[in-house]
Structure formats: C-alpha cells, structure tokens
Design a protein around this ligand. Structure first.
Ligand code: ZN
Length: 131
C-alpha cells in the first residue's frame, strides 16, 4: 500500500498555488476540474506521492460546505488499492461506513471512493485504484 496523495482544501487555487510552487520548486503536473465532485484540482508530484490542492467550483460543491464549516487545511488522505470495488465490499461487510458504495471518477480519471471519517478516527480517506 502507498499514499497516492494528500488532499488540501483551499479557498482559492490562485492564492494557494504560489506558496506550494515556491515550496516544491515546480508547477503542478495537472490542473483539472472533477465535475462529479465539483472541484478544481492542482496535483503536484512529491516523490512517489502527490499533494492535491482542491478548490470548490460552485457554492453547492461538497467542498464548499466543508470549507464553510472547517476552513482551509488538510482535507483527506488517499491510499492506493488494487481492487477498489472488492475493497469497498470487504470494508462494508466489516462494518466500515462508506461515503461511496461504488467507485466513481476522480482526478486523473482514476477510480476513487471515499470512506466516512466517522469510521477512520475523524480522517476522510479516499481510496484510489490506479489506471
Ligand atoms: Zn483526493
């Protein structure tokens, strides 16, 4: 298992990017809108992992609600799994609370699903099946 990326919620990509780009010494490897989640994502490669800066694309984005409630900061940790659908079934039968019972499209068009923070010590966990 490895950490695919760490998600950081920001109020504005334009405001947050310069600091991270100074820190990491490079531009993002991609910037894209993930329509399903109503977010715009800037992904920075850091070794075998990544930092993902997320901004909401509209006011009814789940991320906009999270920002209003908790403000900017660490948002989720994404772990790589080999068989996402199978992993979700296994976790669910073990009593883990899921946000997504089925995989859906995330950044980089990879299959992703979120677990409920109530089941993971208050941490929002994203599972990613790499292409
Ligand atoms: Zn993510």
């Amino acid at each position: 298992m490895k950490i695919h990326h760490i998600g950081i919620a920001v109020g504005s990509l334009a405001a947050a990017r310069p600091v991270f780009e100074e820190l990491l010494g490079k531009p993002p490897e991609s910037i894209e809108v993930v329509e399903e989640q109503k977010v715009r994502v800037a992904m920075y490669r850091v070794g075998e992992s990544r930092l993902e800066l997320l901004e909401a694309t509209c006011e009814d984005s789940p991320l906009a609600r999270s920002l209003a409630k908790r403000g900017q900061g660490l948002h989720h940790i994404a772990l790589v799994v080999e068989d996402l659908a199978g992993t979700l079934r296994k976790l669910e039968s073990a009593g883990v609370r899921l946000i997504d019972r089925e995989p859906h499209h995330g950044a980089g068009n990879e299959q992703v699903a979120f677990l409920h923070p109530a089941s993971a010590a208050g941490v929002l966990i994203e599972l990613v099946e790499e292409k």
